[in-house]
Design a protein around this ligand. Structure first.
Ligand code: ADP
Length: 481
């Protein structure tokens, strides 16, 4: 396991775990507060309404009955009220117009002869009906007072009071049950929030650790993927990214080691040749000239390798060049002209069948690189007296550049690898021909940069056929692909 540096531990108060748990708790607290208040308030309100209207109507019945008596006396009121049968349900008080209690249904009757100092009574004596209800100590307390009116004059008031502990008990039970349910929900939610937030943060932590390990350079590290949620997707994407990073890193390492190896070989030759000249006393002039010319060749080889490496590096840095419509036939003709001396040296004929109007959007230099590398290879790896056939034609939306030769050919097993940097089928032959093993990778990368693709196949008749397909540029429509 790689050691991970720079892994700052996030304090709990800033952790996603706390945020997650807090969100859960706040939501559930709001829900529970609502659950514990709303139903209770609604049922209270319903009871209040029914109680006040019932009590008020009963008080009115009593007041209407009393109003028939000519003079309000304690006896007369009792005679009227008691037969109505309300006294068992409510406490009934009847006062005269000054609030003096004439009748009290309470068995002790200790209020009779006193003044009723109740706000409801005062309001009723002013001529208004009044009814109130409240919930206290587990019981509903309802009060109603109505004036007793005789010939449009208030001659007294009827006051009813009821204490209902049964319905109050029901409401208390509902409240208690809701409280117990809330407590259970609270505990369950708390446990769930802790479990979920821990699981979530553990998975995020795994991912974070993996990122840090990869950052430290251990590209082979992967995160294990569990489930199929967004975090699993993230882990999958991370693994794919790391795959690419690993591949890129391997390619880079191989390239650097190949490049230094390629540069070391000519340098070692130069060193050897100079040592020989310096250490051999009295070396004759012809041998010295031979050695110096060999040194020159190796230096040329170094120049070629570094030029090609520079081209590849420029392409890797991908600074986009301005692409213009280029006539491919004109570029191929230039290359043909350039290679003619090399071909003639070995009696190789170059045949070109170029269709006019094959225009692609690229840079002339890049097209030159592609055509030159392919055609130079066709000459380099040809037999003496062989042929090179270059074809250019447009087909549908494509421009096809074909370079065929009658040369040594490439074995089937090497075909997939020849575009790799520094890959050479026959090292000695490539070396002898001044090859660097970089030409075809330059061709492939350059073609790709302009939306093209290179393919290679063995010719039935012997030799090799390379084909580059580019998107055709059209004067009216621009790029056709
Ligand atoms: P080099 O500089 O060695 O020519 P390239 O990248 O251009 O490098 O080619 C890679 C290898 O592919 C060559 O070394 C050679 O072995 C093989 N090759 C390329 N083109 C041809 C061809 N037309 N015929 C035979 N072999 C070829």
């Amino acid at each position: 396991m790689a050691s991970v540096t720079g892994a700052e531990k996030i304090p709990f108060r800033r952790s996603i775990q706390l945020k997650f748990a807090l969100t859960y708790i706040i939501i559930i607290a709001a829900v529970l507060i609502l659950l514990n208040t709303y139903p209770v308030l609604v049922s209270q309100d319903l009871v209040f309404r029914s109680k006040t209207s019932l009590l008020q109507s009963q008080a009115s019945v009593i007041a209407d009955t009393i109003a028939r008596t000519e003079s309000l006396t304690s006896e007369a009121v009792r005679d009227y009220v008691e037969p109505l049968g309300y006294t068992g349900q409510f406490r009934v008080l009847v006062t005269d117009e000054f609030g003096l209690i004439l009748y009290d249904s309470d068995e002790l009757r200790f209020t009779e002869g006193r003044y009723a100092m109740l706000s409801e009574v005062v309001t009723a004596l002013k001529g208004y009906d009044v009814a109130t209800c409240s919930y206290q100590d587990g019981a509903f307390h309802s009060r109603a007072a109505v004036p007793v009116i005789y010939r449009d004059m208030t001659i007294g008031c009827v006051y009813l009071y009821e204490r209902d502990a049964d319905q109050g008990g029901l409401l208390t039970d509902i409240q208690n049950n809701l409280r117990s349910i809330s407590l259970v929900i609270c505990v369950v939610v708390l446990i769930m929030s802790v479990v979920f937030s821990k699981a979530l943060t553990r998975r995020i932590g795994d991912l974070l650790r993996a990122i840090r390990i990869v950052r430290e350079g251990e590209y082979s590290h992967r995160v294990s993927i569990r489930g199929s949620d967004e975090l699993s997707q993230l882990a999958g994407e991370f693994n794919q990214l790391t795959d690419r990073l690993q591949t890129t890193e391997e390619v880079r390492r191989r390239f650097v080691s190949d490049a230094s190896h390629e540069l070391k070989t000519p340098l070692a030759s130069i060193r050897l040749l100079t040592d020989s000249i310096l250490q051999t006393d009295g070396m004759d002039l012809d041998t010295v000239k031979d050695f110096v010319s060999d040194i020159g060749e190796e230096a040329e080889r170094l120049t070629r390798i570094s030029e090609k490496l520079l081209t590849l590096t420029r392409m890797d840095s991908a600074v986009p060049m301005e692409r213009l419509p280029v006539d491919v036939a004109a570029v191929v003709e230039k290359v043909e002209h350039m290679l003619l001396p090399l071909a003639q040296e070995r009696d190789i004929t170059v045949e070109a069948d170029l269709q006019s109007g094959c225009v692609v959007k690229a840079t002339e230099d890049d097209l030159y690189q592609i055509a030159f590398n392919l055609m130079e290879n066709a000459v380099k790896y040809n037999v003496n007296g062989g042929r090179v056939m270059v074809g250019l034609r447009s087909m549908g939306d494509l421009v096809l550049l074909t370079v065929e030769d009658t040369g040594v050919g490439i074995p089937d097993e090497d075909l997939p690898k020849i575009f790799d940097r520094f890959y050479r089928v026959d090292k000695a032959r490539s070396r002898a021909a001044g090859g660097t093993g970089l030409g075809l990778s330059i061709v492939r990368d350059t073609a790709r940069q302009h939306g093209g693709a290179v393919t290679v196949r063995r010719r039935e008749e012997g030799g090799t056929c390379f084909q580059v397909a580019f998107p055709r540029w059209d004067e009216e429509g621009g790029d056709l692909l």
